[in-house]
Design a protein around this ligand. Structure first.
Ligand SMILES: Cc1cc2nc3c(=O)[nH]c(=O)nc-3n(C[C@H](O)[C@H](O)[C@H](O)COP(=O)(O)OP(=O)(O)OC[C@H]3O[C@@H](n4cnc5c(N)ncnc54)[C@H](O)[C@@H]3O)c2cc1C
Ligand SMILES: *[C@@H]1O[C@H](CO)[C@@H](O)[C@H](O)[C@H]1NC(C)=O
Ligand SMILES: *[C@@H]1O[C@H](CO)[C@@H](O)[C@H](O)[C@H]1NC(C)=O
Ligand SMILES: *[C@@H]1O[C@H](CO)[C@@H](O)[C@H](O)[C@H]1NC(C)=O
Ligand SMILES: *[C@@H]1O[C@H](CO)[C@@H](O)[C@H](O)[C@H]1NC(C)=O
Ligand SMILES: *[C@@H]1O[C@H](CO)[C@@H](O)[C@H](O)[C@H]1NC(C)=O
Ligand SMILES: *[C@@H]1O[C@H](CO)[C@@H](O)[C@H](O)[C@H]1NC(C)=O
Ligand SMILES: *[C@@H]1O[C@H](CO)[C@@H](O)[C@H](O)[C@H]1NC(C)=O
Ligand SMILES: *[C@@H]1O[C@H](CO)[C@@H](O)[C@H](O)[C@H]1NC(C)=O
Length: 648
């Protein structure tokens, strides 16, 4: 009881602090105890003193404990009508009351190149976690089933909406999910038999030129968790400022991207997205809205800056550092080995152009790639990043294309930074030169009047990540082993490789960034290496298992050269072995304490989030655990976390 009073007090103090900041409209509309006095289903939870539910599974539609229609109507009333029961868009493709041939044609042919999926209350971009369900296909047979999609959605535009949803889910033992822009590769914004909090419309923004917190004094931006990256770029133009964001403009600026780090073009210069936060507004599992910063709710302030999505609460708003305007200078390099003669094949992946450097001997090609990878350390040590793709095309044919970006440099300065790469290539006998006229210097902030189309639409991709440490560049032997593991995966395994040079060190992260829960593997990492595998929707369970075993061989090869390397949850695999250590490193224990203290009920859950081992989806399509769709009931496993290795 005392505990809950203390928290209640904290809330009002925190809210005043927010108000002095100039609270956002979305933060000022809150749920009060009086509002739910007559509605037990939406009452606040008592702080840890409450007896958490010990039921084995979450309620599920059709079971006795699923809330009645009347209860849902009362929730809707408390929400002021913001409760949705969305029809799945692809129902338009199936016989029945929602059949609509034109809409179905749009979904099949055009939706992926539009903003459609980003604006929809339930859709997500990766298909396999949806399970057996309503795929958008022409001339569909069968029926449109709900798969891993939620039953109800709260269209949240205020803190009050989020609070009512959290209270209702907790009190009724209903599975709760959070969807922002739906880009997560592992199905973390899905869940059968759930209530979803859709944060898309939490997008208020304010710029505060004068602000002081702890060691920081300067300008900040304070905005809602549902803001989209392209909007952030628009605000940068409008206010003549820089904020750290992702290059991909349809990602949420403060949802999943931020929750496990968040990288972009300024990652080696100003750090990750999570490194920028000075304060966060969050609705915790008991339904209370609190401010977390370095003075109050410090456990949350630590955990929410990199400690994973959908775990400790619903982030509603963030206050981030802003910087003066900055430019980026970018340069590209393309190398191909025996590109196919066929014009269509040449145009695919990394298209062959006049600027492509051709190498016919595969072993020489890999020598050139190794010289390039060596140079990645130099890129990050000079504040830059790169972004490259290496595609195997069969028959010893490969294409490689990279884009290197140095912030705050003129073209001449960038050319000087690129010189060591070209010198090394030429010294090794490759007649590859830098085209200085192709160096482009552009402002980091840009504005677009139209929302951007999603960059790859619905996708069958599964990313498998390794954050390769600096140590693998320090020794020639280890570097050679690293290149050999990468080459094996591409040349023998046949997997495309996507790598990014990123140096988000503690020094770059600064204060308070370095005090957050960002995976320590980011801090001494140089390269984020991603093997790209495919799991098409409706892949047979046996095929999924076989592919898992095949890919596992090559991911194991990468782990062997960097056993403690860690991985990036947002572009990693939900089947990652030992994900607790890979995704959270030595922070796992501390984060688990925060999780247990803040969410004793198990309100929040998503695959591979802290404490996630205690739950599993009883999925109905027979995939192995690591590839489980979200189409079944969420139940307790009875497992608690035990580390197999104690040397970390
Ligand atoms: C095309 C594409 C490009 C990408 N490029 C990059 C890149 O350049 N850099 C990079 O770092 N990553 C990149 N990613 C990965 C990206 O960071 C993750 O997919 C991220 O989860 C996307 O955020 P979202 O807002 O779309 O999340 P969603 O998919 O909506 O949600 C992701 C997770 O975050 C949780 N969540 C969302 N909002 C909140 C909230 N307010 N409070 C608590 N939990 C919340 C959800 O429950 C879910 O678990 C890319 C992904 C795609 C598909
Ligand atoms: C919630 O209420 C609004 C407004 O009355 C209504 O339009 C909406 O359909 C309701 N939602 C549900 C799920 O019934
Ligand atoms: C799809 O886009 C094309 C142009 O890109 C347009 O001609 C066509 O009408 C669109 N189809 C649908 C169903 O919207
Ligand atoms: C769908 O059916 C129409 C006519 O019924 C046919 O013209 C078309 O080719 C079919 N499309 C697919 C993808 O099967
Ligand atoms: C969600 O709420 C916003 C207002 O915040 C409104 O503009 C939008 O139309 C709503 N979306 C749906 C699908 O109801
Ligand atoms: C933008 O800010 C920079 C540095 O902070 C300043 O030099 C420049 O004049 C500003 N531009 C505008 C249009 O305000
Ligand atoms: C590889 O080469 C063989 C023989 O030249 C050819 O038949 C085959 O199509 C090629 N495969 C690819 C993927 O180019
Ligand atoms: C950007 O470069 C200029 C000129 O080299 C330098 O004076 C300035 O400090 C740099 N800005 C940052 C943020 O590093
Ligand atoms: C160099 O880059 C410029 C600008 O992109 C381009 O027009 C030119 O053809 C390039 N030259 C070579 C040799 O690739």
């Amino acid at each position: 009881m005392l505990q809950s009073l203390r928290v209640a007090l904290c809330v009002s103090v925190a809210f005043l602090a927010g108000a002095s900041l100039g609270a956002l409209t979305l933060e000022s509309v809150q749920l009060r105890d009086d509002d739910v006095a007559g509605f037990p289903g939406a009452k606040f939870g008592l702080w840890a003193g409450h007896h958490p539910s010990k039921l084995e599974c979450k309620a599920f539609p059709g079971t006795d404990d699923w809330p009645s229609e009347r209860e849902w109507r009362r929730l809707n009333a408390t929400l002021g009508g913001a409760l949705l029961q969305p029809v799945l868009p692809a129902a338009a493709c199936y016989a029945g009351p929602n059949y609509d041939a034109d809409k179905c044609a749009f979904l099949v042919n055009n939706a992926s190149r539009s903003h459609f999926y980003i604006d929809d209350p339930v859709t997500v971009l990766t298909q396999w976690p949806q399970g057996e369900t309503c795929l958008p296909v022409l001339n569909a047979t069968g029926t449109c089933t709900r798969g891993g999609f939620p039953d109800y959605v709260v269209n949240a535009s205020t803190v009050r909406h989020v609070q009512a949803a959290v209270n209702f889910a907790r009190n009724n033992n209903v599975r709760l999910i959070i969807k922002n822009k739906g880009h997560d590769f592992g199905g973390r914004a899905l869940g059968a038999g759930s209530l979803s909090i859709w944060t898309h419309h939490l997008d208020d923004f304010e710029f505060l030129p004068h602000y002081r917190k702890g060691r920081y004094s300067g300008p900040v931006a304070h905005f809602g968790a549902g803001l989209e990256q392209y909007m952030l770029f628009n605000y940068m133009s409008r206010y003549n400022i820089t904020m750290v964001g992702s290059g991909v403009r349809t990602i949420g600026a403060n949802g999943g991207w931020f929750a496990h780090g968040g990288h972009g073009n300024l990652a080696s210069f100003y750090g990750l997205g999570a490194d920028q936060a000075l304060e966060l507004g969050v609705v915790t599992a008991n339904g209370r809205f609190v401010i977390a910063n370095e003075e109050e709710n410090t456990d949350l302030f630590f955990a929410l800056r990199g400690g994973g999505p959908s775990t400790y609460g619903v982030v509603v708003s963030v206050t981030v550092k802003t910087y003066p305007p900055i430019t980026l200078t970018s340069s590209t390099l393309s190398i191909a080995c025996n590109p196919p003669a066929d014009a269509n094949a040449r145009a695919q992946f990394s298209p062959i152009s006049a600027a492509t450097n051709l190498i016919s001997d595969p072993s020489r090609f890999w020598d050139a790639i190794a010289i390039y990878f060596r140079y990645k350390q130099f890129i990050v040590d000079h504040g830059g990043v790169d972004w490259d793709y290496l595609y195997p095309l069969g028959n010893s044919s490969f294409t490689f294309r990279t884009s290197i970006t140095f912030p705050n440099t003129t073209a001449a300065q960038a050319a000087a930074l690129l010189a060591p790469l070209y010198t090394a290539l030429q010294a090794a006998g490759f007649p590859i030169t830098l085209n200085t006229t192709a160096l482009t210097t552009t402002p980091y902030s840009t504005s677009s009047t139209q929302p951007p189309p999603s960059s790859n639409g619905l996708s069958p991709q599964r990313y498998r990540s390794r954050l390769l440490p600096r140590a693998n560049w320090a020794s020639d032997r280890l570097f050679a082993a690293t290149m050999s593991a990468l080459r094996g995966a591409v040349a023998d395994g046949g997997y495309p490789l996507h790598t990014l040079a990123i140096g988000a060190t503690n020094a770059v992260a600064g204060w308070p960034g370095r005090t957050g829960a960002v995976n320590p593997a980011w801090r001494d990492g140089i390269v984020h290496a991603i093997l790209v595998t495919q799991q098409p929707a409706r892949m047979a369970a046996a095929d999924a298992r076989a592919e898992e075993a095949r890919a596992g061989k090559w991911t194991a090869g990468l782990r062997a050269v960097a056993p403690r390397a860690g991985a990036y949850l947002n572009e990693g695999d939900p089947g990652e072995m030992g994900w607790q250590r890979s995704f959270y490193g030595r922070h796992y224990e501390r984060l688990l304490e925060v999780k247990r203290e803040r969410d004793p009920w198990g309100v929040f859950w998503a695959a591979t989030t802290v404490g996630g081992e205690a739950w599993e989806v009883r999925s109905v399509d027979g995939y192995p655990r690591s590839q489980r769709s979200q189409n079944g009931r969420l139940c307790r496993t009875g497992r608690v976390w035990e580390d197999e290795e104690d040397e970390w």
